[in-house]
Design a protein around this ligand. Sequence first.
Ligand SMILES: Cc1ncc(COP(=O)(O)O)c(C=O)c1O
Length: 456
Amino acid sequence: MLHLIADAQTSEERFLRQIFVRDQMAEWSKHPLLMAKADGVLYWDVYGKRYLDALSGIYTVSVGHNNRRVIDAMRRQLDVLHFSPPMHGTNPVAVQLANLIADVAPGDLNTVKFESAGSEVTEAAIKMARQYHRLTGNPGKYKVISRYLAWHGSTMGSLSASGLKGRKTVNEPLAPGFIHVFPPTCYRCPFGKTYPSCEITCATLVNDVIEMEDPATVAAVMVEPIGHTGGIIDPPPEYLRILRDVCTRHNVLLVFDEIITGMGRTGHLFAADTFGVLPDLICTGKGLSGGYAPLSALICRKPIADAFWGPAETNPGFVEGHTFEGHPVACAAGIAVLNEIVEHDLCANAREQGQRLRAGFERLGAKFGVIGDIRGKGLLQGIEFVKDVRTKERFPAAPGFGVRVGRRALDNGLLCRFDPHWLAFGPALNVTGEQLDEMLAVLERSMEEVLNESGE
Ligand SMILES: Cc1ncc(COP(=O)(O)O)c(C=O)c1O
C-alpha cells in the first residue's frame, strides 16, 4: 500500500526534493510556489494565497481557469472514449478538430498533425520540412535557419533550433544542420542601425545566409512571429513579408512557431493574420487546449500536405508520431476552446484589452522613468527596463531589475513573466478591463517598492 502524503506536507523540503521542477531547485524550495486551485484569472496556492494570473499559466489558459464549457466537453468525452489506438488510425474528435482548425487557419493551411507538446510540434515541423523536400526531389535540403534568443522547445531538434545560450550550452553538442541569425531587436539593433533607414537588414540578410549556405541544402526558416524569449521581439511590419519572399525565392519552407502567438493572443487567431503573411507551416500549442490537456498541432499548406499522399511503394506518409497524438479528451478540449474563442470573439477582446494594457504600461513608463521600450501586440506585451531611458543603459544584470520586480509582484499576488531586463503580461483572452487594471495596479506597487527599496 502506498503511503499517501497529506496536502500540507507537499510544501516541506523533504517532499519537494522528490520532484524536478523547471526552476533552480534549491532556490525554489525556499519559497515554493504550489498552486492548489484556480478560477477565471485567479490562482490560489496551497497556503490559500490569491494570485492574479497575468500570464495565463504560461500563455496557455486562453479561455480562463475553471471554464465550464471546456470541462463539460472533456467530461462528456471521457464517458465515451478516452483513448484511441494511434498506430491504427485516429478518432472522430481529432478529425473534427483538424477540420475546425483548417477552417480558421489562414490561406490554404488546411492539414493538421496533432501532438501533445509545443516541442513535439516544432520538432515535427523540422521533420516535415525535410521529408517534404525529400518527397519532392530535393533530398539535399535539410538545414534549418532560426534566430538567436528564440525558444522552440526542449527536445534535441527543437532545442538545436532555439537560440538561448543558457538553455543550450548545458546540452551541447546539439544536432548539426542548424544555423542562427540575429532577430529583429530594433530597440538594440545588432547592426547598429535604426528603423526604417536600416532597410530591415535583419530580414534581407537571411537571403545572404541561404545563398552562403547553398539554397540546395536549406529546408526551412523557423521564427516566432513575435519572439517571446529575448523580451517580446515584435518585428517591423516588413520583416515577415521579406522572409516570405526570401523563402519562396529559394524553395525554403517558412515555419511560424505560433505556440505562444497562436489562438488569438495577438488579436487574431494567428499572428500570420495579424501580420498578413502566409507561412508554409504553423506550429500551435499552449492556448489551443486552454491548458486543460496537453495538445499541440502542426498545420501545413495544401501543396505540402499533398506531397505526403501517393502510392505506398514510393510514399511512406509523414513519418512522425507519438502515443498521445490526437488524444480524444485533449481534442474535445480543443474544440470547446476554439468555439469559445470564436463565439465570444475573444480575438476582439484581445485587441481591445491589448490597447488598455499598452496604455497601462505607458503610464507606468511615464511615472517611473525606467521603461525603455514597450513591445508586443494584443495580449502579448512586455516592457524592457532601463536605468536611463535616454542612453538605454541597463540596470545591473544580477539578479536584474526585472527579476526583482517580478519576484515582488509574486509576493504581492501577481503572476507575470519576468527576466533580468524585461517583464511581460499574457493574461487569458477573456480578461476584463477591470481585471487588467487590478493586475497593472499590483505591478505598479511592485515597481514602486523595488525602486524605493534600492533608492533608484
Ligand atoms: C515559442 C515556443 N515554442 C515552443 C515551445 C515549447 O513548447 P512546450 O514547452 O509545450 O514543449 C515554447 C514553450 O514555451 C514556446 O514558447
